[in-house]
Design a protein around this ligand. Structure first.
Ligand SMILES: [Zn+2]
Length: 375
């Protein structure tokens, strides 16, 4: 937000280390796959999130010259928004929209209307800051949220998401956590007669009945912040921080992650640190509590897992090649008799087929389906 008239901005609160208790609880919860199930059960309802990359088109937002080129807030906002969308879409039960996906002008009312048209639960606006003449600080990230004059519960939603987002932004890229700001309009009123919020995005969303917030990720006119903001790796981390804060609030589960444990049920048995047994099938659980799928190398051996994470076992055709797997999905190497026919599996697990090869001094012929024709 490039806001020259931020004379009456008031710092309502700066989050400090009081958050550490909350964080340690959520970390220990996610550290246990069984407790995680309870968390995901609450997220059955589909959530709609509209991400709003601030400014665009002729509205550059805050801008500054850096290493001979112009760095515009509108472009930084769009990049962070795209990363946020991508990350958020890796979760289940959420639909994500952007108010703009390219460099164009959209009015503030138009952005709120887009979120409204999509039936959004949340409008999440992405900005970067620039110091006004009376700013109380010149660096760091902050969240602009509703003061709670109207639909108080929506202010709580934004405060909870903002708190986690800022904490993650601070821990992942080192921006100073400036807490949240609540700013009231000088003249506008909410339908209940109370003074409305100052920022059009916050006020518009609150009036329409959904949570609406702005995150200022850093200051483009602060050298320390700018050096970070221009990096793609930092933009990605910021987008991911935002997305995870939203996912955390709504209790969303990763599409390819922990939700699978829920699907597998409670009668799973951990055989080793990584191998899990369920209904006679083995699954490999990574440190991040994900299940491996597809081809993976474990201890120097090729393993194959089905889409649901179960280790492929027995004789299988994958693509155009034939393989034989043990119960852990590990490929077999060498000679093997399967259904009274002999096969020879190479080091990479692929059966020799449609060829004539010399193995230990003897010439063998193999059919197209891998069967040895002269065992
Ligand atoms: Zn802005």
């Amino acid at each position: 937000m490039f806001d020259k008239s931020s004379m009456k901005r008031q710092m309502v609160s700066i989050w400090t280390k009081g958050l550490s208790f909350f964080l340690s609880v959520s970390i220990s919860m996610s550290g246990c796959i069984f407790l995680q199930k309870e968390k995901t059960a609450a997220a059955a309802k589909r959530i709609v999130v509209t991400i709003d990359p601030g400014h665009g088109g002729s509205e550059k937002g805050a801008y500054v010259k850096y290493k001979g080129r112009l760095v515009c807030e509108k472009n930084l906002n769009l990049k962070i928004a795209r990363y946020m969308k991508k990350e958020l879409e890796s979760y289940k039960n959420v639909t994500v929209y952007l108010t703009r996906s390219d460099d164009r002008n959209v009015t503030l009312e138009g952005r709120v209307q887009i979120a409204k048209n999509h039936g959004s639960n949340l409008l999440f606006s992405i900005h970067n800051n620039a110091g006004g003449p009376s700013s109380s600080y010149r660096d760091g990230a902050c969240a602009l949220i509703s003061s709670g004059q109207y639909h108080k519960e929506l202010s709580t939603v934004a405060a909870t998401i903002g708190k986690v987002a800022l904490e993650r932004i601070s821990s992942s890229v080192g921006m100073v956590n400036r807490g949240y700001l609540k700013r009231l309009s000088a003249s506008q009123k909410y339908p209940n007669g109370k003074t409305a919020d100052y920022y059009a995005i916050v006020r518009g969303g609150t009036t329409a009945g959904f949570a609406s917030m702005i995150i200022e990720h850093g200051f483009v006119d602060n050298k320390k912040d700018l050096k970070k903001l221009v990096k793609s790796s930092v933009q990605k981390k910021l987008g991911v921080a935002d997305a995870r804060a939203v996912a955390n609030y709504y209790g969303l589960a990763k599409k390819n992650g922990r939700i699978r444990f829920k699907r597998l049920g409670s009668d799973i048995k951990m055989v080793t640190r990584h191998w899990m047994l369920k209904d006679g099938r083995y699954y490999f659980v990574t440190k991040k509590e994900k299940l491996l799928t597809g081809w993976k190398s474990i201890g120097g051996w090729r393993h194959h897992f089905e889409a649901n994470g179960a280790a492929t076992k027995g004789f299988h055709k994958i693509g155009s090649e034939y393989y034989s797997f043990d119960d852990h999905g590990k490929v077999f190497r060498g000679w093997k008799k399967i259904k009274k026919k002999w096969y020879f599996f190479r080091k990479n697990g692929k059966a020799l087929r449609n060829c004539t090869t010399v193995i230990r001094g003897k010439k063998y012929r193999f059919a197209k389906n891998g069967k040895c024709l002269n065992p």
